[in-house]
Design a protein around this ligand. Sequence first.
Ligand SMILES: Cc1cc2nc3c(=O)[nH]c(=O)nc-3n(C[C@H](O)[C@H](O)[C@H](O)COP(=O)(O)OP(=O)(O)OC[C@H]3O[C@@H](n4cnc5c(N)ncnc54)[C@H](O)[C@@H]3O)c2cc1C
Length: 444
Amino acid sequence: MHLVIIGNGITGVSAALTARRLDPAARITLVSAESAHHYSRTALMYIYMGHMRYQDTKPYGDWFWAENRLELVHAEATGLDPAARQVQLSTGSRLPYERLLLATGSVTRFFGWPGQELRGVQGLYGLPDLEKMTRDTQGIARAVVVGGGLIGIELAEMLHARGIHVTLLVRESRYWELVLPPEEAALVERQIALHHLDLRLETEMRAVLGDADGRVRAVVTTAGEELPCQWVGIATGVAPNLALATSGGIETDRGILVDEHLQTSVPDVYAAGDCAQHRAPAAGQVPLEQLWYTGRLQGETVAHTICGQPTPYRRGQWFNSAKFFNLEYHTYGRVPAAPEAGTRTFCWQHPGGGQLLRINFEADEGHAVTGMNALGLRQRHAVWEQWLRAATPVTEVLARLGEANFDPEFFRRHEPAMRAAFARQFPDLPLATTSAGRRAVWSV
Ligand SMILES: Cc1cc2nc3c(=O)[nH]c(=O)nc-3n(C[C@H](O)[C@H](O)[C@H](O)COP(=O)(O)OP(=O)(O)OC[C@H]3O[C@@H](n4cnc5c(N)ncnc54)[C@H](O)[C@@H]3O)c2cc1C
């Protein structure tokens, strides 16, 4: 079996490693235009900030690939011919395959703003973007970042670390309004203020203005203001990279359409990770998943099917984590920006404004936990996964909160204060015993 994988991101590499384990005899070829070896995309910001070098972002030594008989091709796949089972490469050669996995990731979304082609206007997705950003922000004083999500705040932090004044334009009335409940958004906005970023809510970019050399000199906002700047970061989202799939006549919508086995509309061609769109997502799941851990999971899953062990993709509990400057963020299960019908929400905040814990739970009798947000606190993934899967009553979770605490040992413990807050917010739900009827060991 010759498996060809297009893309050496987390999805492609997870698939390659799993396929190697399941089928020691298989020939496996990984094709990537971006880099000769796999690196951690989520660490891009740390290279810019000087915390890591590029070689530190590679989880495997360069010797690893040959040792595991994974053939690497550093080239762009420019065309796909499913009838001939061949991929056209930018080098001019053709690569035959028996099974093909498209793990082509995403591209930055641009919205056709006037002036978006000026030098100094860009997104941050890969190494070429990092190179451009490093070159074009050298010695500049002011930048504008457009978009109030995770990449927007990363860009702001990167620029801030180099002493560049940042204006952050956010269309909504609060930071990451479509994802974060108001209390969480307020905490992130506090971080933004503490780092002296100029946050403009309910403001969008209308156009970019250039100088005589074709370089950005200002941004015009929907409020009609002209903001002088020498660089503009586009962080208004990413879209699945469909170029190769469409060249081969594979069915696409917003992403490459796949069934539950991550099979595309063409036999023996699969798609996984950021570029894939689930035709029929399972209950509670979404059609497009553009996350590191779902990429890994999809890559591992599709490798089973490709190696003759058909395995449907099941994401399990939703999980994500990020960092807003110094504020760590973890979310498990379902925590929408506004409470879901039939659920209640408990929210504790430290009076100092640096920590928050939210637990959502069913309003009906079982009071099963449905989701959790933590800011400025570390919570154990495995413990929450288990509590959510077992539909654990919120009172039991509160009693056992210490089990999920993953803060360093010398950090202050907040569980007693959290339980006191819960008792105040939900006097109808006494915390005295666990579901097993044991006396919970806690104090308020
Ligand atoms: C700056 C940044 C920070 C992020 N931080 C987080 C985070 O903290 N947590 C989180 O969960 N997610 C984060 N993400 C998202 C996460 O990185 C992606 O979901 C994940 O990398 C997707 O993996 P993938 O393997 O599907 O695609 P990618 O990582 O995009 O890999 C696809 C690769 O395929 C290559 N490719 C595409 N087309 C071709 C072709 N025709 N020929 C050859 N090669 C091709 C691309 O160049 C790319 O290298 C972040 C993303 C960015 C950009």
